[in-house]
Design a protein. Sequence first.
Length: 716
Amino acid sequence: MLKRNLAHRIVIFSLLGMILFSLAVVFSVDYVRRGMNAQAAEDTLRIASDRMSTLHDQVRLMARDYNNWGDVYTAAKDTNIGFIADNYGITAINGDIFDGVVMFDGFFRTPIAWTKGQAREPSPSFLSQQTLSYIRQNIEHLDVSKRQTFDFVQNDEGQLSFLSASYLLPDTKEALGRAEFDPRTIAVISRKLRDAEMASIRSDLSLSRLKMSVQPDSQLQNLPLNGVDGQPEIFISWTPPKPGDRMIAKIAPIGAVISLTILALTALGTYLLTVNAKDLMARGQDAMRAARSDLLTGLPNRLALIEHIGRISRKPNSRFALILFDINGFKSVNDVIGHQGGDAVIQILAQRLRAIFNESIVICRVGGDEFVSVVHYDDDLRQRVLEVACQIKTALFEQVDFAGNRFHLTASFGFAIRTSSGETCEELLFQADHAMYDAKSSKADQPREYSNEMHLKWKMERRIELALREAITRREEFHIRYQPIIDAKSLRLVRVEALARWTSATMGDISPDIFIAVAERTALMDQLGLLIFEKVCEEVSGFSSLNVSINVSPNQLLSGEFASRIRDLARRFQVSPQRIQLELTEGIAIQNTDAVKSRLTEIGLIGFTTALDDFGSGFSSIGYLRQMPFDCLKIDKSLMSSDSGINGIDEVVKPIIALGHSLGKLVTAEGVETHEDMARLQEAGVDMMQGYFFGMPQTLRDLMTLYPLEVSLKAA
Ligand code: C2E
Ligand code: CA
Ligand code: CA
């Protein structure tokens, strides 16, 4: 949308630009053209007018000359027509200088005239009575002393004549004075405009059309020439020269080429700009999208989550919940197949999660193995959350095969429902995180809903974590207690299990179930594990024939230098590896992996023995047991209780013992609390037993008092 808008705007702006540019060019060229035309019109009018004046001037000069001729004046006074005809009329008859003359009033009772090609005898006036009377009126105002003339033109059916009238006067000043008292004779000289003169004007002004008419022609340029009555008698008209138009005609092709080139370049520029703009916008949108999606999985990321929640929060009465889930023990996956492998597994999981997406379910990746689903639902939201969590579980729990390893992953789920108090995204995330954390720490496989108690619990665990961190550096708050493990047949002490104890300076005694779990979750376990291992080696080094079992977290086993570290510690305290058995619980995330197998083999080669701890709780699989080179199998104490009416030992423990034996493993039963338990287990053929019945976890010194003579070299 945005993309199209910008491109549209560019196109519109450049179109507007092109139109404005074209208009500006057209208007300026037209302005110049009009200017040139107007200037040319003005010039031709002036020149034509000058030419007409020049022609008329010749007639006026003739009139001033002939009408102020003393001899002619005298001849007129004497009515000597012959003299006038020979000296004045003859010039008109010849027609070289002028071609007509009329004399009237004064010394003549009737007007007389001579015209070109006529006889010497004067003829009647070729000017009408009306013309003569106009002449009389106009001439009256002339200054006689200045010998002024009255000039006008006359049109005789298209033939233009220039006329000049004045009184016939004597030539000297004194005679002029005397003539004041003589009757006034008027003489009019007329000269026709000749075709040649017309042609010369036309060619000099390079006019295409030149004509005369009584009415001005609006299409043409008109020069009025005044008649005897002072009104325009005739118009000389011509097509005004159009140099501007000619210029346009000349430059038009070049101009058109230049304009088209400019327009084409602008159009090309616009096109490129549009393409660029589209590209830029597309890239901008890609960047926006990239900023909101997780690089590894392409799922929406935390930013997208915050924006999505912002959007749905704004809708009135919008109901939604946040489910936060985290893969359990994902660190082991990375340890086994490396980070790239871990990434690939996350991608496989994301691919499956994607299938759950719909309008009301959005799933985002917010951390390494941490995801958040926003569930938007109007009805029973809590029920909907459980359904969605179930869908997610189904997707995640399906086994993942990668590079020869098979992973059975689980996840812990916590959720928070947005209440009417309108929690922010951060608050909801915080709540869902606590709920998830709670589910994880209590190994719950059902989603946990956030409650205030969880927050308190979380705070408590934070305190524990901080205290644990410090305690690990100080070391002295940790102690080891030892619990006897007894041979089932001889009831002699075979070995002891070392169990860690922590008495925090600030919080007092904290159960290993709690602090071991905190250490595992906060990556403190490697350090703590080695610390315990060291303490145990130190303590048992004084009892040369005492065998000891030490608990090891699955993560510890997979961390790179574990085997060499414990080998070095055992060597340092001169405790033979053969005396130490490592108890391992099944990694929640890992089964059947080559990595676990090879680590166990590595440990075995050093001389340590191994036991699979807590068998029968949680995820234990017989396939796993079959493949892994454990020396011993420890049956979980939970199977010992005879809750729910069934006899745990006979119905569950006995077959496990048989299975262990069939796989060539020694079998230890944990949680032996009563004599009856002992008897049944002996009957079931167990190899070793451990439990309160034989002794509580205690100091080595106390244990030696309890089993003073039993410390023997009996191998496990
Ligand atoms: P675990 O390895 O299964 O240890 C046996 C637990 O069962 C011990 O609890 C022990 O006191 C208890 N127990 C022994 N006999 C009986 C019995 O007859 N009945 C009942 N109900 N319980 C009995 P503890 O010492 O509280 O340790 C709890 C868990 O903490 C251990 O379970 C082990 O998983 C973990 N843990 C303890 N010390 C360490 C350690 O040094 N390293 C690691 N990684 N984990 C440890
Ligand atoms: Ca154990
Ligand atoms: Ca156990």
